[in-house]
Ligand binder design. Structure first.
Ligand code: NDP
Length: 503
């Protein structure tokens, strides 16, 4: 499938340098399509043309935008098979993994379009007792043009956490997809252009890190970045030069806690899914499991049985696909080697499981807490399972890392209690990753996992700025905010304050 992608999404035309790059299928190395390497000048042009588009889009209002976003959702639903095949081609993920990703995309797009008016639209608030003669209201207005930079692991779902919510809030978007998945970004923008042909409200610029860096400096009103912590720091530094606000969604090293009274079979199923799904290339995937000592052996045996059945492959029905980004294989290899050298044991697989582009699932137990497989993001189908005296100690260890994206707890009697002690942005009790699939829940982390939120009401407000408004309804009997006031007026106001708030 070699082709040149149509450059329909960048309103300013093709790259002046005319440089192209290929996206390839990591399963076969076959070229999927060629895409332009957009230059700094082209990125600036894209942002400039997005500005009037943003004004037009904002002017449609919540209902006008909702009808366009609903139409886009229907176009995407009509093209699910085509879109899923493209995601599989650029990432190598099995067909059902791509379909699952798209189901989430659609659900979030629906939620954002439907809820934007309620969350961001003008609403009255109480003026308070001292300002009783004014009406007070608040409204969240669009920021203007949002730059979005996305990763390759969920090339549709992850950026859409910003794109759909930013559009629903009334902004134009310029999106730079990962160099591994430019076709997915282009597909999103070109389907959007089918339902919004009038103005370049959603554009895509393609290329490498330099194109992303150019977007940071192009004068966007906010930059929403999802990717590794190291790149997130570079993005923040670039945005600081122009005081461009940032939303930074970075990596994770999420832990699952298994309490003594947990449903072990369900916990093992979830650990395996959370660790191996998408070949472990999930920011909020399960990378560490802390299991209460008294159920450790049984849990490990249940996990082992399940994992041994899973095989990577390039066929659409494989359990897991390849490692999409070739250099990640070295990271996975070094983490497994380090864990084994430091006394950890492999109960499934080992160093020999790494056969690029595929990595067979690896389960490591009793791995020292200061080894790379515990402290750094592995981003492969590996699980570290460590024993702890009890679940509380599991939470303590989970919290010891520098990341704090998501987490999970399996416990029959105190799931919520343990979950609320975890230092992270999202936790699922008796499940894994459930929070990512609930559109109303904000998604994001703390610490090295970044800051700001996509999804939910907070995710809509990320792409808007509040405007407060008061309207005087009648003159107050006591008005201390004028030079016409008398000292008696202020005295009366203070008396009122003492009566109202002093007791
Ligand atoms: P990277 O950080 O390598 O890249 C992310 C994006 O940034 C890509 O589009 C990349 O472009 C671009 N980029 C690279 N250099 C620069 C630069 N100097 N300025 C601006 N943009 C730049 O991450 P990956 O693509 O490898 O994605 C995997 C990472 O993403 C993992 O750490 C994962 O945990 C994290 N992630 C976090 C999520 C979250 O919501 N918290 C969700 C999904 C993933 P190019 O590819 O062309 O180099």
């Amino acid at each position: 499938m070699t082709q040149t992608a149509p450059d329909a999404t960048l309103s300013t035309g093709t790259s002046d340098a005319g440089r192209l790059f290929a996206s390839t299928d990591p399963r076969t190395g076959e070229v999927v399509a060629q895409h332009p390497v957009h230059t700094e000048a082209e990125v600036q042009d894209a942002v400039a043309s997005a500005r009037p588009a943003a004004e037009w889009w904002a002017g449609l209002g919540f209902e006008g935008r909702k009808s366009r976003l609903d139409a886009w959702r229907k176009v995407l639903v009509g093209k699910l098979d085509e879109f899923g095949a493209l995601i599989s081609a650029e990432t190598g993920k099995p067909a059902d993994d791509a379909r699952t990703e798209l189901a989430l995309v659609i659900d979030h797009l629906h939620w954002a379009a439907r809820q934007a008016g309620r969350v961001l639209g003008r609403r009255r608030v109480s003026p308070g007792l001292l300002m009783y003669n004014h009406a007070a209201s608040i409204e969240y207005r669009p920021l203007g043009v949002i730059g979005v930079i996305g990763p390759w692991n969920y090339p549709a779902f992850t950026p859409m956490g910003s794109v759909a919510y930013a559009l629903a809030a009334g902004n134009a978007v310029v999106f730079k997809p990962s160099e591994y998945t430019p076709g997915v970004g282009t597909f999103l923008a070109s389907t959007f252009a089918e339902v919004v042909p009038e103005h370049p409200v959603f554009q895509v610029v393609t290329g490498f890190g330099e194109t992303g860096a150019a977007l940071c400096r192009a004068g966007v009103d906010k930059l929403a970045f999802t990717g590794s912590t190291a790149t997130g720091k570079r993005v923040m530094a670039a945005c600081a030069e122009t005081l461009t606000p940032v939303l930074v969604e970075c990596g994770g090293k999420d832990a699952l806690i298994v309490d003594s009274d947990a449903d072990l079979s369900a916990a093992a199923d979830a650990a395996v899914w959370g660790g191996v799904f998408n070949a472990g290339q999930t920011c909020a995937g399960v990378e560490r499991v802390y299991v209460a000592e008294d159920v450790f052996d049984e849990f490990v045996s249940l996990v082992t049985k399940r994992v041994k059945k899973l095989k990577p492959g390039g066929e659409p029905g494989a359990d897991l696909g390849p490692i999409t980004m070739p250099k990640q294989v070295d990271v996975i290899r070094s983490h497994v080697a380090d864990a084994l050298e430091r006394g950890g044991n492999a109960v499934v697989g080992g160093a020999e499981s790494i056969r690029p582009p595929f990595v067979e699932p690896v389960v490591l137990i009793d791995v020292p807490e200061d080894s790379l497989a515990v402290t750094e993001e592995t981003f492969g189908p590996t699980l570290v399972i460590n024993r702890v005296p009890d679940a509380v100690e599991g939470v303590r260890r989970a919290n010891a890392g520098r990341y704090g994206l998501g987490g999970a707890v399996f416990s029959r009697s105190r799931g919520d209690e343990l979950a609320r002690q975890m230092r992270c942005g999202m936790v699922s009790v008796n499940a894994v990753l459930a929070f990512a699939a609930v559109p109303a829940l904000p998604f994001g982390g703390v610490g090295d996992s970044g800051f700001g939120r996509i999804h939910g009401e907070d995710g809509l407000r990320e792409f808007a700025t509040p405007q407060s408004l008061t309207r005087k309804r009648f003159s107050a009997l006591l008005n201390p905010m004028t030079y016409d006031r008398s000292s008696r007026t202020v005295k009366h106001v203070l008396r009122l304050v003492r009566v109202l708030y002093g007791r």
